[in-house]
Design a protein around this ligand. Structure first.
Ligand code: B12
Length: 292
């Protein structure tokens, strides 16, 4: 993780080096100390500070994050057209700048996913359907979106060694990566270690993964209808039972989960979007901490 000096942090947050040192010493800005006793601040902590205190970031190149100048007042509503353009034109830097700006302006990853990225991909799907977009543009849009989300995750505060863990992905026949990349990022933003293990995974392999890693949450994104035969449903429900006996929540969501199917399968929570997932995480983590 990239660390910066108080002087560099001051340049980025537009305050003096002395102010940064004071914030560190008062615990407002998390800092580590070098062996020589000098303060060093992790980039995600600076981003978190700016976001929670409504401060604009200057000289973002010091932090090695995308430039957000030109998007400092970005809101989801105003940015939607730019996100669509960046995706179908394959402009990775532009997409990064907008997503980082939205995040810095206080939008959660769940909001960015539900209200900007998902609608932008729906538009891409419509354009592809009407022949206005080539297949390579759709594939490239997925690639840059995954890269931008990975870069955002790198810049989220460390959940800490005692944090919970979430793993997940999509089952055989389902190749949709973007919902998984977003879910991974939503967990991470909510201070839960998360890892998407991939798409098109046999159910048995996900079950083995859960036995090996013993996560607190196992998510499944179901965008493409699986062959939901009675034996597959039985296998699915057995997975739920074995997760429940380990104290692991099975979190499901995605376009392919019809109401009829949901009545036949067992799960801990169904989320039709990422904001629902975020509420579930917040409720579960507050319960596990003994809160209301
Ligand atoms: C990209 C894409 C693909 C890519 C994906 C590549 C990749 N690397 O991920 C690939 C190449 C796999 C693909 C293939 C096909 N596709 Co396609 N695809 C899309 C597209 C454009 C975007 C999908 C996407 O990623 N959206 C972004 C995500 C973030 O949004 P979302 O899926 O809505 O998910 C949200 C929620 O559902 C929720 N969520 C989802 N899962 C979960 C899970 C949990 C736990 C939680 C909490 C939340 C959650 O969170 C998200 C944010 O709100 C859609 C268009 C659309 N309308 O979505 C078409 C679309 C889905 N595809 C379509 C078609 C026709 C196909 C093909 C059949 C094309 C073909 N002839 O080969 C194949 C099917 C192959 C297969 N077996 O899967 C049609 C489906 C039509 C239909 N009604 O069934 C669509 C709608 C395009 C269209 N307008 O015609 N596709």
């Amino acid at each position: 993780m990239k660390l910066v000096t108080p002087k560099q942090a001051g340049r980025v947050l537009n305050v003096s080096e002395a102010t940064i040192k004071r914030w560190c010493d008062q615990g407002h800005l998390a800092a580590e100390k070098t062996q020589g006793g000098h303060r060093r601040i992790a980039v995600p902590e600076i981003i978190h500070y700016a976001r929670t205190h409504g401060r604009h970031l200057a000289e973002t190149e010091v932090l090695n994050i995308p430039s957000v100048s030109g998007h400092t007042d970005a809101t989801i509503k105003r940015s939607l057209g730019d996100i669509e353009n960046a995706l179908h034109e394959g402009q990775a830097e532009k997409l990064s700048s907008i997503v980082f700006a939205l995040y810095l302006n206080g939008h959660s990853v769940a909001e960015i996913g539900d209200l900007a990225i998902s609608p932008a991909f729906r538009k891409i799907g419509e354009m592809w359907h009407c022949g206005d977009l080539n297949i390579y543009q759709e594939r490239r849009a997925c690639q840059i979106c995954r890269d931008v989300l990975a870069r955002l995750r790198e810049n989220l505060p460390d959940p800490g060694s005692r944090a919970q863990m979430a793993i997940g992905g999509s089952i055989s026949g389902d190749h949709y990566e973007i919902p998984n990349a977003l879910i991974e990022t939503v967990f991470r933003e909510n201070r839960i270690w998360s890892q998407c293990t991939g798409v098109n995974l046999p159910l048995e392999s996900l079950a083995q993964l859960a036995r090996d890693k013993k996560p607190n949450y196992l998510w499944m994104s179901l965008s493409e209808s699986a062959p939901w035969t009675s034996s597959f449903i039985e296998q699915f429900n057995e997975l739920y039972e074995s997760l429940a006996s380990m104290g692991c929540a099975l979190v499901i969501g995605g376009r392919a989960l019809s109401e009829k199917l949901r009545k036949q399968i067992k799960y801990s929570v169904f989320c039709d979007d990422l904001r629902r997932l975020e509420s579930f995480i917040k409720a579960s983590t507050s319960l596990s901490r003994g809160g209301a």
